[in-house]
Design a protein around this ligand. Structure first.
Ligand code: TRP
Length: 343
């Protein structure tokens, strides 16, 4: 792993199913770029699955799916730690201490939490739902991370984490760096249907594991400019999902500029625009498909990556917990309190 000097990254994903292009553009692409520069901890946040009670078996499947997706995009488990959250029990321990320092009001003002809470509708949300931002802060603080590359919606959680670190350091002693958030090139990718966000649950996603034909079919079904009836009608480029995807994933800037110009003038049909997008997407996904096929044939290697990364993260977690216990003076067995020690 080398480089005790490198700054550390911690970032995570919930194991709720296969990863898609939104994850890639919003986060994974950054992780890939940063993995050689930083000492990276990539965490599978299995404490954070909101519908836990529903389907533990599904979560188990997802843990493996996420690990496989990570290997497929090119994250390197030799270089970075792949960590399973609940197999580092120190997370629960640090969570129990740190939740004392997070005022409830701060949670209640967190806009991401508010939005997610609304999704429960009339159902009563589980208690763990309210504490997950604490656990997320714990995830970040545990390896004493400096940088957290995430999707835009995660920034309120990072802000809370910074506040928690400041409070702890001020009140006890300097244990935690104040972590910075870093949002990806495409903070939020629209869905295939033009809805604000690509998401598995909305059924508007292209998964990183989709094969070439599936990608072609999904792109053919994408929403475009609803006001345009014929290829000869001038079309709207702005806000058009197909062009948002071209901007996000087609590296051939000249081709994109040419398509946009012709589209606006009514000189190109959706079919051509979509075919070119399909080609760009498949060029991006092809190397991932190859790596995925390799790792799928060697699932013991996936297991090794998870096991080794989790063990490394756990060693670091023990170090952090020793610092925390000392700072809080809850390292009781280190010796009797000073007054009695001298008696
Ligand atoms: N809450 C994040 C998400 O939904 C996942 C996550 C869990 C995370 N722990 C983290 C992200 C720690 C960054 C750092 O995407």
């Amino acid at each position: 792993m080398g480089g005790g000097e490198r700054e550390r990254i911690l970032t995570g994903i919930r194991p709720t199913g296969p990863l898609h292009l939104g994850h890639y553009a919003g986060a994974l692409e950054n992780w890939l770029r940063l993995q050689r520069e930083y000492d990276c901890h990539f965490l599978i946040a299995d404490y954070q699955v909101s519908d836990y009670a529903d389907d533990f078996a599904r979560v188990r499947e997802s843990v493996w799916e996420v690990a496989l997706d990570w290997l497929a995009v090119g994250l390197d488990p030799e270089e970075s730690c792949f960590v399973i959250e609940s197999l580092v029990p120190e997370h629960a321990e640090l969570g129990a201490w740190l939740s004392w320092f997070l005022p409830l009001g701060m949670l209640q003002r967190n806009p991401t939490l508010k939005a997610e809470l609304a999704e429960f509708g009339k159902r009563s949300a589980p208690v763990a739902f309210f504490t997950y931002p604490v656990m997320q802060a714990v995830n970040i603080l545990m390896p004493r991370a400096h940088l957290v590359p995430v999707g835009e919606d995660q920034m309120p959680h990072i802000e809370m984490t910074r506040e928690l670190a400041r409070r702890f350091n001020r009140q006890f002693r300097e244990v935690f760096p104040e972590p910075r958030g870093l949002v990806g090139r495409v903070p939020r990718l629209v869905g295939l249907d033009g809805r604000a966000k690509m998401s598995k649950s909305l059924g508007n996603a292209i998964d990183l594991g989709d094969d070439a034909d599936t990608v072609a079919r999904k792109v053919r079904g994408m929403f475009t400019d609803p006001t345009r009836l014929r290829a000869t009608d001038p079309g709207h480029v702005e806000g058009n999902p197909v062009f948002l995807y071209h901007d996000a994933f087609n590296p051939d800037a000249d081709e994109v500029a040419d398509l946009k110009e012709r589209y606006a003038k009514g000189r190109v049909g959706d079919v051509e625009v979509k075919e070119k997008l399909t080609r760009a997407l498949n060029a991006l996904l092809d190397p991932m498909r190859e790596r995925r096929a390799h790792h799928e044939a060697h699932m013991d290697g996936v297991r090794d990556a998870l096991e080794a990364g989790t063990a490394r993260a756990r060693a670091r977690a023990r170090e952090t917990m020793a610092l925390v216990r000392e700072a809080l003076e809850v390292d009781y067995l280190a010796g009797p309190p000073p007054a009695r020690g001298r008696a």
